[in-house]
Design a protein around this ligand. Structure first.
Ligand code: SF4
Ligand code: SF4
Length: 182
């Protein structure tokens, strides 16, 4: 995204007291694909995911944080292979309907440091990199209530800003329709 990883790590660890993006107090647990699971398993991790009607996602502890979150060091145990949902953050998305999506950016210490000029390039990358694209289409409506509901747990969520709509329908790309949406 143009910001060196060391800077991102520094902002997240030093300036974000709760690292709330790793907690289901604000979000749905990160969805994971079979590819994501295999990558994480290579680190030696086991029993870190579960299946629901919406698919596979990472387990969370009773304190609401992701199973991989270290509360002392405020770090992620699988950071180099964290799922696409975590890599995309503070960008996020939701489905407007079966074929149209909306990008948003959450308000947090990291996003506040982001140069506005970096945002279009980041969205372009997410829409064209196959791994991100598979993730987006595979979790099209996952956690959409975060944007449309004021009911718990999302009442605690901080603000977000709408960015541009998706531009992911194109030659050779799957469309939202093929993943079973009406
Ligand atoms: S991405 Fe934002 S919310 Fe998440 S840890 Fe970093 S600063 Fe905090
Ligand atoms: S995998 Fe890592 S970055 Fe993603 S929610 Fe869990 S602790 Fe946070």
């Amino acid at each position: 995204m143009g910001i060196p990883q060391t800077i991102i790590d520094s902002i997240c660890i030093r300036e974000c007291k709760t690292r709330w993006c790793c907690s289901i107090r604000h979000f749905s647990p990160p969805p994971v694909s079979g590819e994501d699971i295999r990558l994480i398993q290579k680190t030696g991790a086991a029993e870190f995911y579960e299946k629901t009607e919406q698919g596979f996602h990472l387990k969370c502890r009773s304190d609401g944080y992701c199973t991989f979150f270290d509360p002392e060091r405020k770090t992620c145990a699988v950071y180099p292979v964290r799922p696409p949902d975590c890599r995309i953050f503070p960008f996020d998305y939701f489905a407007l309907d079966a074929e149209h999506g909306q990008w948003v950016i959450w308000d947090c210490p990291f996003s506040r440091r982001m140069d506005e000029d970096q945002i279009p390039a980041a969205l372009d990358r997410f829409e064209t990199d196959p791994r991100y694209l598979r993730h987006i289409l595979g979790s099209w409506t996952f956690g959409n209530e975060a944007y449309t509901s004021a009911s718990p747990p999302y009442k605690h969520a901080p603000g977000f800003r709408r960015l541009r709509p998706f531009r992911i329908i194109g030659p050779g790309l799957p469309t939202a329709r093929v993943i079973g949406l009406k």
